[in-house]
Ligand binder design. Structure first.
Ligand SMILES: [Zn+2]
Ligand SMILES: [Zn+2]
Length: 267
């Protein structure tokens, strides 16, 4: 049997098992949390980036600066990239939960991440100014291996919550990339990403603002490349929203946590 067929069947059986034998919350042990991994109370305890933030990259900033030390390099290298806003920092429970969605195949978790994005106070954006929510589709093969596309699921639920349409099919991934986490620095990631995406926009999206949703923003290299692709296809400014933001390079070692081991498994 092909690898992706096996994975697909595994994803489907895992989902069915979650329903039959609901898990207990990984953090507090509360009974029967379905396939969400955490109970509602623990989801709501994930620290959100409420309050003042960098006007450019959305990192918490007591001074409400226009630019900060955590702004991704791509902000300068790529003028197409608008603002970035994230619900929280890629560490602790948020990081473990994102890893669980991806590697333990828990597509239901996507709605919790979208809900986190809209719970941030003050709201991350004036959602009404955007024409649609778009997302970068994963490569077909990787999507089939995993059984779902986490960015697409977050984008869809977010669009529902903020009352916007999803720009489905506006962006395509035409080339497979290596896993970027292994590619290294920003410049290396940028060259890896050249020509990876293609955009085709309907007339109503021409010159209009778009909101690009993702699970994690790290160097901003991927989002920058997508923003540029969308601008070249005729969109207006492209702002980014993600569930988590990983600082790159990390200002401190946030890889260590009592919640998971070095390879990201829950302990
Ligand atoms: Zn709990
Ligand atoms: Zn910044």
């Amino acid at each position: 049997m092909k690898k992706w067929t096996r994975s697909f069947i595994k994803a489907a059986t895992d989902g069915a098992l979650d329903l039959l034998y609901p898990m207990d919350c990984r953090l507090c042990g509360r009974k029967g949390v379905g396939s969400s991994v955490l109970c509602m109370v623990c989801w709501e305890k994930i620290p959100l980036w409420n309050g003042a933030k960098c006007g450019s990259c959305g990192a918490p900033s007591p001074d409400d600066l226009d630019k900060c030390g955590y702004c991704p390099q791509s902000k300068e290298a790529n003028e197409a990239l608008g603002k970035i806003r994230s619900a929280g920092h890629y560490s602790g429970v948020l990081r473990a939960a994102l890893l669980a969605m991806k590697y333990e195949r828990k597509p239901h978790m996507a709605s919790h991440f979208a809900e986190m994005i809209v719970r941030v106070e003050p709201p991350l954006y004036d959602w009404g100014v955007y024409e649609a929510v778009v997302y970068a589709p994963g490569h077909r093969i990787r999507r089939l291996e995993r059984g779902f596309d986490q960015a697409a699921l977050i984008a869809r639920r977010l669009a529902q919550l903020i009352g916007l349409p999803v720009g489905s099919g506006w962006l395509r991934r035409v080339k497979r990339t290596r896993i970027l986490a292994r590619v290294g620095d920003f410049e290396a990631r940028r060259s890896e990403l050249e020509g990876v995406f293609k955009a085709k926009l309907p007339a109503k999206a021409r010159g209009r603002r778009l909101l690009l949703a993702d699970d994690i923003v790290t160097t901003g290299a991927t989002t920058g490349e997508i923003a540029q692709t969308l601008r070249e296809a005729g969109s207006g400014p492209v702002d980014v929203v993600s569930a988590a933001r990983a600082y790159h390079p990390a200002p401190f070692d946030h890889e260590e946590s009592a919640l998971f081991d070095r390879s990201g498994n829950w302990i």
